[in-house]
Design a protein around this ligand. Structure first.
Ligand code: SAH
Ligand code: TYD
Length: 405
Protein backbone atom coordinates (compact mmCIF):
# COMPACT_ATOMS: atom_id res chain seq x y z
CA UNK A 1 0.00 0.00 0.00
CA UNK A 2 1.76 3.15 -1.19
CA UNK A 3 -1.41 5.22 -1.19
CA UNK A 4 -3.16 6.92 1.72
CA UNK A 5 -5.81 4.70 3.30
CA UNK A 6 -8.14 7.72 3.56
CA UNK A 7 -7.66 9.88 0.44
CA UNK A 8 -6.27 7.22 -1.92
CA UNK A 9 -3.48 9.66 -2.92
CA UNK A 10 0.24 8.67 -2.98
CA UNK A 11 2.09 8.77 0.34
CA UNK A 12 5.38 10.61 0.95
CA UNK A 13 7.92 8.29 2.59
CA UNK A 14 8.96 9.60 6.04
CA UNK A 15 10.68 6.97 8.24
CA UNK A 16 12.29 3.66 7.37
CA UNK A 17 12.66 1.44 10.46
CA UNK A 18 13.85 -1.58 8.47
CA UNK A 19 12.57 -5.10 9.11
CA UNK A 20 10.44 -5.27 12.25
CA UNK A 21 8.70 -8.17 13.99
CA UNK A 22 5.23 -7.93 15.59
CA UNK A 23 5.27 -5.32 18.37
CA UNK A 24 3.61 -7.76 20.76
CA UNK A 25 5.24 -10.85 19.21
CA UNK A 26 7.00 -12.03 22.39
CA UNK A 27 8.44 -15.36 21.43
CA UNK A 28 9.69 -18.65 22.88
CA UNK A 29 13.24 -19.73 22.16
CA UNK A 30 12.04 -22.76 20.18
CA UNK A 31 10.12 -20.52 17.73
CA UNK A 32 12.77 -17.95 16.82
CA UNK A 33 13.55 -19.56 13.47
CA UNK A 34 10.01 -18.97 12.25
CA UNK A 35 9.72 -15.38 13.41
CA UNK A 36 7.70 -13.04 11.17
CA UNK A 37 9.12 -9.70 9.95
CA UNK A 38 7.71 -6.95 7.74
CA UNK A 39 9.14 -3.67 6.42
CA UNK A 40 8.14 -0.87 8.74
CA UNK A 41 8.03 2.47 6.98
CA UNK A 42 5.80 5.48 7.51
CA UNK A 43 4.23 7.87 5.04
CA UNK A 44 2.45 11.22 5.16
CA UNK A 45 -0.43 12.20 2.91
CA UNK A 46 -0.52 15.86 1.94
CA UNK A 47 -4.26 15.62 1.16
CA UNK A 48 -5.73 13.88 4.23
CA UNK A 49 -2.78 14.95 6.45
CA UNK A 50 -2.81 11.39 7.78
CA UNK A 51 0.50 9.99 9.10
CA UNK A 52 0.45 6.21 8.65
CA UNK A 53 2.33 2.96 8.16
CA UNK A 54 2.96 2.05 4.53
CA UNK A 55 2.72 -1.72 5.10
CA UNK A 56 1.63 -3.67 8.14
CA UNK A 57 0.70 -7.24 9.16
CA UNK A 58 -2.88 -8.52 8.87
CA UNK A 59 -5.03 -7.70 11.95
CA UNK A 60 -5.60 -11.43 12.63
CA UNK A 61 -1.82 -11.86 13.04
CA UNK A 62 -1.81 -9.29 15.84
CA UNK A 63 -5.16 -9.75 17.61
CA UNK A 64 -6.03 -13.32 18.56
CA UNK A 65 -6.48 -15.69 21.51
CA UNK A 66 -2.94 -15.07 22.78
CA UNK A 67 -2.83 -11.26 22.70
CA UNK A 68 -0.10 -10.02 25.05
CA UNK A 69 -1.46 -6.61 26.10
CA UNK A 70 -3.70 -6.54 29.17
CA UNK A 71 -5.11 -3.06 29.79
CA UNK A 72 -5.57 -3.45 33.54
CA UNK A 73 -1.84 -3.85 34.33
CA UNK A 74 -1.65 -0.15 35.10
CA UNK A 75 -3.47 1.17 38.20
CA UNK A 76 -3.15 4.66 36.80
CA UNK A 77 -5.02 3.59 33.64
CA UNK A 78 -7.78 2.00 35.75
CA UNK A 79 -8.34 5.39 37.40
CA UNK A 80 -8.11 7.14 34.05
CA UNK A 81 -10.87 4.95 32.60
CA UNK A 82 -13.10 5.59 35.64
CA UNK A 83 -12.75 9.28 34.79
CA UNK A 84 -13.49 8.52 31.11
CA UNK A 85 -16.72 6.82 32.25
CA UNK A 86 -17.69 9.91 34.32
CA UNK A 87 -16.88 12.18 31.37
CA UNK A 88 -19.22 10.19 29.08
CA UNK A 89 -21.98 9.85 31.69
CA UNK A 90 -21.95 13.59 32.45
CA UNK A 91 -21.41 14.74 28.85
CA UNK A 92 -25.04 15.61 28.23
CA UNK A 93 -24.97 13.66 24.95
CA UNK A 94 -26.65 10.48 26.28
CA UNK A 95 -30.38 9.76 26.40
CA UNK A 96 -32.08 8.74 29.65
CA UNK A 97 -31.53 5.00 29.18
CA UNK A 98 -28.50 4.95 26.95
CA UNK A 99 -26.87 2.10 25.05
CA UNK A 100 -23.09 2.41 25.01
CA UNK A 101 -20.74 0.42 22.75
CA UNK A 102 -16.98 0.16 23.19
CA UNK A 103 -14.68 -0.89 20.34
CA UNK A 104 -11.58 -2.80 21.52
CA UNK A 105 -12.55 -3.10 25.19
CA UNK A 106 -9.71 -5.55 25.98
CA UNK A 107 -10.09 -6.84 29.58
CA UNK A 108 -12.99 -4.46 30.26
CA UNK A 109 -11.01 -1.65 31.88
CA UNK A 110 -13.41 1.07 30.60
CA UNK A 111 -16.70 -0.68 29.76
CA UNK A 112 -16.78 -2.42 33.16
CA UNK A 113 -17.61 0.98 34.70
CA UNK A 114 -20.80 1.14 32.60
CA UNK A 115 -21.72 -2.39 33.64
CA UNK A 116 -21.14 -1.48 37.31
CA UNK A 117 -23.53 1.45 36.87
CA UNK A 118 -26.18 -0.76 35.24
CA UNK A 119 -25.90 1.00 31.87
CA UNK A 120 -26.87 -1.02 28.83
CA UNK A 121 -23.55 -1.76 27.12
CA UNK A 122 -21.60 -3.92 24.70
CA UNK A 123 -17.84 -4.41 24.38
CA UNK A 124 -16.54 -5.47 20.97
CA UNK A 125 -13.23 -7.32 21.29
CA UNK A 126 -11.66 -9.81 18.84
CA UNK A 127 -8.80 -11.04 21.10
CA UNK A 128 -10.54 -13.83 22.96
CA UNK A 129 -8.06 -14.22 25.84
CA UNK A 130 -8.53 -10.62 27.00
CA UNK A 131 -12.27 -10.68 26.12
CA UNK A 132 -12.65 -13.66 28.48
CA UNK A 133 -11.43 -11.56 31.42
CA UNK A 134 -14.05 -8.90 30.63
CA UNK A 135 -16.76 -11.57 30.37
CA UNK A 136 -15.78 -12.92 33.78
CA UNK A 137 -16.41 -9.44 35.17
CA UNK A 138 -19.97 -9.66 33.83
CA UNK A 139 -19.42 -7.37 30.84
CA UNK A 140 -21.46 -8.08 27.66
CA UNK A 141 -18.97 -8.96 24.93
CA UNK A 142 -19.11 -9.54 21.20
CA UNK A 143 -15.95 -11.28 19.98
CA UNK A 144 -15.55 -9.59 16.60
CA UNK A 145 -13.50 -7.04 14.70
CA UNK A 146 -15.60 -3.88 14.38
CA UNK A 147 -16.45 -3.02 10.75
CA UNK A 148 -19.58 -2.19 8.71
CA UNK A 149 -20.85 -5.76 8.87
CA UNK A 150 -20.38 -5.81 12.64
CA UNK A 151 -22.17 -2.43 12.96
CA UNK A 152 -25.16 -3.86 11.02
CA UNK A 153 -25.22 -6.89 13.31
CA UNK A 154 -25.10 -4.80 16.50
CA UNK A 155 -27.82 -2.44 15.25
CA UNK A 156 -30.10 -5.35 14.43
CA UNK A 157 -29.49 -7.33 17.63
CA UNK A 158 -29.11 -4.53 20.19
CA UNK A 159 -30.31 -1.28 18.55
CA UNK A 160 -28.50 1.97 17.69
CA UNK A 161 -25.97 3.43 20.09
CA UNK A 162 -26.03 6.65 22.12
CA UNK A 163 -22.27 6.53 22.31
CA UNK A 164 -19.51 4.56 20.65
CA UNK A 165 -16.35 4.67 22.74
CA UNK A 166 -12.81 3.56 22.03
CA UNK A 167 -9.34 4.00 23.47
CA UNK A 168 -6.06 3.13 21.82
CA UNK A 169 -7.72 1.07 19.11
CA UNK A 170 -9.04 3.29 16.32
CA UNK A 171 -5.43 3.88 15.23
CA UNK A 172 -5.10 0.05 15.03
CA UNK A 173 -7.72 -0.36 12.30
CA UNK A 174 -6.22 -0.32 8.77
CA UNK A 175 -9.52 -0.08 6.93
CA UNK A 176 -10.31 3.18 8.66
CA UNK A 177 -12.92 4.35 6.14
CA UNK A 178 -14.86 1.17 6.83
CA UNK A 179 -14.55 1.93 10.55
CA UNK A 180 -15.93 5.45 10.06
CA UNK A 181 -18.84 4.11 7.96
CA UNK A 182 -19.62 1.53 10.65
CA UNK A 183 -19.64 4.21 13.35
CA UNK A 184 -21.95 6.46 11.32
CA UNK A 185 -24.23 3.50 10.70
CA UNK A 186 -24.50 2.41 14.35
CA UNK A 187 -25.03 5.81 16.01
CA UNK A 188 -28.47 7.24 16.81
CA UNK A 189 -29.11 10.68 15.22
CA UNK A 190 -28.13 12.22 18.60
CA UNK A 191 -25.31 9.72 19.11
CA UNK A 192 -21.64 10.54 19.65
CA UNK A 193 -18.33 8.81 19.02
CA UNK A 194 -15.79 9.48 21.79
CA UNK A 195 -12.34 8.03 21.38
CA UNK A 196 -8.78 8.72 22.49
CA UNK A 197 -5.45 7.74 20.98
CA UNK A 198 -1.76 8.67 21.27
CA UNK A 199 -1.51 12.17 19.83
CA UNK A 200 0.61 12.95 16.79
CA UNK A 201 1.42 16.43 18.16
CA UNK A 202 3.13 14.86 21.18
CA UNK A 203 4.96 12.23 19.13
CA UNK A 204 6.45 14.94 16.90
CA UNK A 205 7.26 17.25 19.84
CA UNK A 206 8.91 14.52 21.94
CA UNK A 207 10.39 12.40 19.12
CA UNK A 208 8.57 9.47 20.74
CA UNK A 209 8.98 7.32 17.65
CA UNK A 210 8.37 4.17 19.72
CA UNK A 211 4.66 4.95 19.27
CA UNK A 212 5.17 3.70 15.72
CA UNK A 213 4.72 -0.10 15.49
CA UNK A 214 2.61 -2.63 13.60
CA UNK A 215 -0.58 -2.07 15.61
CA UNK A 216 -0.43 1.71 15.28
CA UNK A 217 -1.32 2.01 11.61
CA UNK A 218 -2.04 5.72 12.17
CA UNK A 219 -1.00 8.50 14.49
CA UNK A 220 -3.84 11.01 14.46
CA UNK A 221 -4.08 14.78 14.58
CA UNK A 222 -7.39 16.65 14.89
CA UNK A 223 -6.91 17.80 11.28
CA UNK A 224 -6.64 14.24 9.94
CA UNK A 225 -9.51 12.93 12.10
CA UNK A 226 -11.71 15.78 10.84
CA UNK A 227 -10.83 14.91 7.22
CA UNK A 228 -11.61 11.22 7.79
CA UNK A 229 -15.00 11.58 9.49
CA UNK A 230 -16.06 14.38 7.15
CA UNK A 231 -16.09 11.70 4.45
CA UNK A 232 -19.01 9.95 6.20
CA UNK A 233 -20.95 13.07 7.22
CA UNK A 234 -19.60 13.47 10.76
CA UNK A 235 -17.69 16.30 12.46
CA UNK A 236 -15.57 17.04 15.50
CA UNK A 237 -17.53 18.76 18.26
CA UNK A 238 -14.97 18.70 21.07
CA UNK A 239 -11.29 17.89 21.69
CA UNK A 240 -9.74 17.23 25.09
CA UNK A 241 -5.97 16.59 25.46
CA UNK A 242 -5.04 13.70 27.80
CA UNK A 243 -1.86 12.87 29.73
CA UNK A 244 -2.06 9.12 29.06
CA UNK A 245 0.40 7.19 26.87
CA UNK A 246 2.80 10.10 26.79
CA UNK A 247 0.16 12.51 25.42
CA UNK A 248 -3.15 11.53 23.87
CA UNK A 249 -6.15 13.31 22.42
CA UNK A 250 -9.81 12.60 23.18
CA UNK A 251 -11.95 13.22 20.07
CA UNK A 252 -15.73 13.80 20.30
CA UNK A 253 -17.62 13.43 17.01
CA UNK A 254 -21.27 13.62 16.01
CA UNK A 255 -23.43 13.62 12.89
CA UNK A 256 -22.89 16.92 11.05
CA UNK A 257 -24.84 19.93 12.32
CA UNK A 258 -26.47 18.12 15.25
CA UNK A 259 -24.51 19.68 18.14
CA UNK A 260 -22.80 22.99 18.71
CA UNK A 261 -19.04 22.83 18.09
CA UNK A 262 -16.97 23.63 21.19
CA UNK A 263 -14.22 26.28 20.93
CA UNK A 264 -11.58 23.60 21.68
CA UNK A 265 -11.91 22.33 18.09
CA UNK A 266 -10.74 25.54 16.42
CA UNK A 267 -8.14 26.22 19.11
CA UNK A 268 -6.48 22.83 18.75
CA UNK A 269 -6.65 22.81 14.97
CA UNK A 270 -4.98 26.25 14.95
CA UNK A 271 -2.25 24.93 17.28
CA UNK A 272 -1.69 22.03 14.89
CA UNK A 273 -1.31 24.38 11.95
CA UNK A 274 1.20 26.38 13.99
CA UNK A 275 3.10 23.17 14.83
CA UNK A 276 3.07 22.24 11.14
CA UNK A 277 1.18 18.96 11.49
CA UNK A 278 -0.24 19.64 8.03
CA UNK A 279 3.19 20.10 6.39
CA UNK A 280 5.54 17.56 4.86
CA UNK A 281 8.65 19.43 6.15
CA UNK A 282 7.59 18.80 9.78
CA UNK A 283 7.71 15.06 9.16
CA UNK A 284 11.03 15.24 7.34
CA UNK A 285 12.49 17.07 10.37
CA UNK A 286 10.91 14.43 12.63
CA UNK A 287 12.76 11.72 10.71
CA UNK A 288 16.07 13.51 11.32
CA UNK A 289 15.23 13.74 15.05
CA UNK A 290 14.51 9.99 15.09
CA UNK A 291 17.92 9.25 13.55
CA UNK A 292 19.64 11.53 16.10
CA UNK A 293 17.75 9.95 19.02
CA UNK A 294 18.87 6.48 17.93
CA UNK A 295 22.52 7.61 17.77
CA UNK A 296 22.35 9.14 21.26
CA UNK A 297 20.77 6.08 22.88
CA UNK A 298 23.31 3.75 21.30
CA UNK A 299 26.19 6.00 22.36
CA UNK A 300 25.02 5.97 25.98
CA UNK A 301 24.42 2.21 26.13
CA UNK A 302 27.74 1.46 24.43
CA UNK A 303 29.60 3.70 26.91
CA UNK A 304 27.95 1.98 29.86
CA UNK A 305 28.86 -1.39 28.40
CA UNK A 306 32.51 -0.34 27.95
CA UNK A 307 32.55 0.77 31.58
CA UNK A 308 31.30 -2.65 32.67
CA UNK A 309 27.93 -1.45 33.98
CA UNK A 310 24.97 -3.79 34.45
CA UNK A 311 22.13 -2.44 32.29
CA UNK A 312 18.62 -3.90 32.09
CA UNK A 313 15.28 -2.81 30.69
CA UNK A 314 12.02 -2.22 32.57
CA UNK A 315 8.60 -3.00 31.00
CA UNK A 316 8.45 -5.00 27.78
CA UNK A 317 6.09 -2.64 25.99
CA UNK A 318 5.11 -3.12 22.38
CA UNK A 319 6.69 0.30 21.85
CA UNK A 320 10.07 -1.11 22.94
CA UNK A 321 10.03 -3.48 19.96
CA UNK A 322 10.52 -0.53 17.60
CA UNK A 323 13.37 0.94 19.66
CA UNK A 324 15.21 -2.36 20.16
CA UNK A 325 14.99 -3.53 16.54
CA UNK A 326 15.65 -0.13 14.97
CA UNK A 327 18.66 0.56 17.21
CA UNK A 328 19.90 -3.06 17.04
CA UNK A 329 19.86 -3.45 20.82
CA UNK A 330 19.99 -7.03 22.07
CA UNK A 331 21.66 -8.85 24.97
CA UNK A 332 24.89 -7.16 23.80
CA UNK A 333 23.63 -4.01 25.57
CA UNK A 334 20.65 -5.01 27.75
CA UNK A 335 20.73 -8.20 29.85
CA UNK A 336 17.05 -8.66 30.69
CA UNK A 337 13.78 -6.79 30.60
CA UNK A 338 11.55 -6.93 33.69
CA UNK A 339 7.78 -7.00 33.27
CA UNK A 340 4.56 -7.76 35.15
CA UNK A 341 2.70 -9.65 32.38
CA UNK A 342 2.57 -13.43 33.05
CA UNK A 343 2.12 -14.14 29.33
CA UNK A 344 5.43 -12.36 28.52
CA UNK A 345 7.63 -13.58 31.39
CA UNK A 346 10.04 -16.35 30.32
CA UNK A 347 9.74 -15.39 26.64
CA UNK A 348 12.08 -13.27 24.51
CA UNK A 349 11.58 -9.80 23.04
CA UNK A 350 10.41 -9.86 19.39
CA UNK A 351 13.30 -9.77 16.93
CA UNK A 352 16.03 -8.95 19.46
CA UNK A 353 15.51 -11.92 21.81
CA UNK A 354 16.26 -10.29 25.15
CA UNK A 355 14.95 -12.56 27.96
CA UNK A 356 11.96 -11.29 29.94
CA UNK A 357 12.04 -11.68 33.71
CA UNK A 358 9.39 -11.30 36.37
CA UNK A 359 9.49 -7.75 37.76
CA UNK A 360 9.65 -9.19 41.28
CA UNK A 361 13.33 -10.06 40.69
CA UNK A 362 14.23 -6.52 39.64
CA UNK A 363 15.38 -5.41 43.08
CA UNK A 364 17.24 -8.66 43.91
CA UNK A 365 19.19 -8.56 40.63
CA UNK A 366 20.46 -5.08 41.56
CA UNK A 367 21.10 -3.63 38.11
CA UNK A 368 22.95 -0.32 38.00
CA UNK A 369 20.95 1.15 35.14
CA UNK A 370 17.45 0.40 33.83
CA UNK A 371 16.06 1.68 30.55
CA UNK A 372 12.44 2.63 31.25
CA UNK A 373 10.59 1.42 28.16
CA UNK A 374 7.20 2.31 29.71
CA UNK A 375 8.26 5.95 30.04
CA UNK A 376 4.56 6.79 29.71
CA UNK A 377 3.97 5.11 33.10
CA UNK A 378 7.09 6.70 34.66
CA UNK A 379 5.43 8.20 37.77
CA UNK A 380 3.68 4.94 38.64
CA UNK A 381 6.79 2.78 38.08
CA UNK A 382 9.35 5.08 39.74
CA UNK A 383 7.14 5.27 42.81
CA UNK A 384 6.65 1.50 42.89
CA UNK A 385 10.40 0.88 42.51
CA UNK A 386 11.63 3.56 44.91
CA UNK A 387 14.21 1.23 46.42
CA UNK A 388 16.00 1.03 43.02
CA UNK A 389 16.84 4.75 43.18
CA UNK A 390 17.50 4.57 46.92
CA UNK A 391 20.10 1.86 46.30
CA UNK A 392 21.91 3.98 43.74
CA UNK A 393 20.14 2.60 40.64
CA UNK A 394 19.60 4.97 37.72
CA UNK A 395 16.75 5.17 35.22
CA UNK A 396 17.54 5.79 31.55
CA UNK A 397 14.99 7.71 29.48
CA UNK A 398 14.95 8.22 25.72
CA UNK A 399 11.82 10.42 25.48
CA UNK A 400 11.77 13.40 25.01
CA UNK A 401 15.58 13.07 24.93
CA UNK A 402 18.17 10.49 25.96
CA UNK A 403 19.08 11.09 29.60
CA UNK A 404 19.88 9.45 32.92
CA UNK A 405 17.67 10.22 35.91
N1 SAH B 1 -8.99 -0.01 24.94
C1 SAH B 1 -7.93 -0.70 25.66
C2 SAH B 1 -7.18 -1.68 24.76
C3 SAH B 1 -6.26 -1.11 23.74
S1 SAH B 1 -5.37 -2.37 22.87
C4 SAH B 1 -6.97 0.28 26.30
O1 SAH B 1 -6.98 1.47 25.97
O2 SAH B 1 -6.16 -0.15 27.11
C5 SAH B 1 -6.35 -2.53 21.40
C6 SAH B 1 -7.45 -3.55 21.56
O3 SAH B 1 -8.30 -3.43 20.42
C7 SAH B 1 -6.97 -4.99 21.58
O4 SAH B 1 -7.54 -5.65 22.69
C8 SAH B 1 -7.41 -5.57 20.22
O5 SAH B 1 -7.74 -6.94 20.29
C9 SAH B 1 -8.62 -4.71 19.90
N2 SAH B 1 -8.92 -4.53 18.46
C10 SAH B 1 -8.06 -4.48 17.41
N3 SAH B 1 -8.72 -4.28 16.25
C11 SAH B 1 -10.03 -4.19 16.55
C12 SAH B 1 -11.21 -3.98 15.78
N4 SAH B 1 -11.20 -3.85 14.44
N5 SAH B 1 -12.40 -3.96 16.43
C13 SAH B 1 -12.46 -4.09 17.78
N6 SAH B 1 -11.37 -4.28 18.56
C14 SAH B 1 -10.17 -4.33 17.95
P1 TYD C 1 2.19 0.28 27.92
O1 TYD C 1 3.04 1.48 27.76
O2 TYD C 1 0.80 0.48 28.35
O3 TYD C 1 2.21 -0.67 26.67
P2 TYD C 1 2.37 -0.79 25.14
O4 TYD C 1 3.52 0.03 24.65
O5 TYD C 1 2.60 -2.25 25.02
O6 TYD C 1 1.06 -0.34 24.58
O7 TYD C 1 2.93 -0.67 28.98
C1 TYD C 1 2.48 -1.97 29.21
C2 TYD C 1 3.65 -2.86 29.51
O8 TYD C 1 4.40 -2.36 30.61
C3 TYD C 1 3.22 -4.28 29.90
O9 TYD C 1 4.12 -5.21 29.31
C4 TYD C 1 3.37 -4.30 31.42
C5 TYD C 1 4.49 -3.32 31.65
N1 TYD C 1 4.38 -2.66 32.97
C6 TYD C 1 5.17 -3.10 34.02
O10 TYD C 1 5.97 -4.05 33.87
N2 TYD C 1 5.05 -2.49 35.23
C7 TYD C 1 4.18 -1.47 35.44
O11 TYD C 1 4.08 -0.93 36.57
C8 TYD C 1 3.38 -1.00 34.35
C9 TYD C 1 2.43 0.14 34.52
C10 TYD C 1 3.52 -1.63 33.12
Amino acid sequence: MNNCRVSGKPLNLINDFGDQPLGNGFIENKDINKEYFYKMRTGFCEVSKMFQLIEQPEPEQMFHDNYAFFSSTSNYMKEHFKDFHSFVSNSGYLSENPFVVEIGCNDGILIKNFKDNNTSHLGIEPSSNVARIAKELGVNILEKFFDVECSNYVRKEYGSADAILAANVICHIPNILELAKGVKNLLKPSGVMIFEEPYLGDVIKKTSYDQIYDEHVFLFSAISVQYLFNKVGMELIDLIPQKTHGGSMRYVLAHKNYYEIKSSVNEIINNEIEQGLDKLETFQKFNQNVIDSKKQLLKLLEELKLNGKKVVGYAATSKSTTILNYCGISTNLIEHIYDTTPLKIGKLTPGTHIPLRDHRYFKDDMPEYAVLFAWNHADEIIEKEQSFLNNGGKWIFFVPSVKIL
